[in-house]
Design a protein around this ligand. Sequence first.
Ligand code: GLC
Length: 488
Amino acid sequence: MATKHDPRAIKVLHVSPEAVPFCKVGGLADVAGSLPPSLRNSGADCRLLLPAWDGVLDTARKNGLKLVRVPRSVDVAIRWKVHKGTLWMSSGEGLPVYFLESPFFEGKQIYPQQLDSESVLPFVFLSLAALELADAAEWYADVMHCHDWGTAPLISALLWHRYYRFMFSQYKTVFTIHNLAHQGLLPLHSLRDWGLVDDAFTLNGLEFYGGANLMKGAITGASAVTTVSPAYSREIQTENGGVGLGGLLRSHNSKIHGILNGLDTEYWNPATDSLLFHNYSPDDLAGKAQCRNTLFDQLGWKEDGRPLFTSVGRMVDQKGFDILLPSIQRMVEWGCRLYLVGSGQHEYETAVREAVDKWPDAVASFVGYDEEVAHKAYAAGDFFLMPSKFEPCGLSQLISLRYGALPVVRSVGGLADTVFEYGSPEGNGFLFSEYSAEGLLSAVGRSLDVFRNDATGYRSAQKKAMQSDFSWDRSAPLYLDLYRSLLP
Ligand code: GLC
């Protein structure tokens, strides 16, 4: 097999607007921060290009990276004016990361509230700069791997940009859809400024119901399209799950692949996690009980044997808060305790706070995002709630499995690919299909029954959950196979 020092190694540039540990809005950052290093360990010459949003270079240095300035700038013409970007490259062992510095990324909160001809420019600049990187950095990728709408313009540029389309044959492209709910929609005329030829403005181009759709261009032009779980790859090709692009995705069926996300299992490891009160492993769960007790002390709760259901994540429609909230009263009556961690839509945050006021002995919350609080919540829980309306992959259920909190989830997308009903050979959680409070409560009811009446069964499911392999070791080779299949 080719090694990373081998000139025959496949060269892949990942381009993403966000990646841990440098900057994060959502789950894409976790993937962009952990997939490329794992591919590199598997022998690909994989690198990452990331915008230097405010604070990113400082964070990189604080994380111990030594940054070297690439002598040549990347020059990108937008609106008939040349914009210069500076590349900083991390040196030494580990994944080479190129940080792109430019006024386009200053004073921004990564994703704009609204997409228009101005607010889209940082993403256009990032995408076109990726195509200039080869000459500036003297490193020529075979494959450009783009993530979500923010880097979709790269693929459109290879098809329809008056200049970059002549580079089409230089690169194979992979476009990964992390969430089809965000497609990059903006007025069609907003694209006029960045050098696209007329074809881009037609139905076979980016035109979408009178506007423009950035993902549409990437789906059309990419050599391969991947999405983050096999179930989601099927759902997005249906009328309902396709969010307007189902037909287009179906027509490209042969190049669509569902590859399950992996988890950074070194970072998410209850045996070594320094943010936990106590560490534990599948063979010695004493530390997990202590995590729970210490959290209870902090919340002012007395241990009385009631099971703890936690939830960690954004309090938004996608995550099923409109069916979770109306379920709380019944869960409390049934003798459950809930600890809800996260932030999101105002109405959900308010309702969560009201529930805490109403049932202080059974419901607690942390409204906001705090990495340490999240880790402690995963560790303390007996069960993990994730009743998502849709879920491309979902990382929280993978973390909860590894931390021994059995997931109670809706059977959709990546949840359906990773959680299996208690009692089946792979049983590690509880599932429901109907999107309603009743649906969720039916699964909660089954989980309670097991917790109270079948301690041995619960323990063995917990052990199975903690031992299941959802690391990148499982999924990274599938990406490598895909890259290889694209190259001659
Ligand atoms: C998005 C999806 C989530 C997925 C993540 C990483 O945040 O909503 O399901 O796990 O991207 O791919």
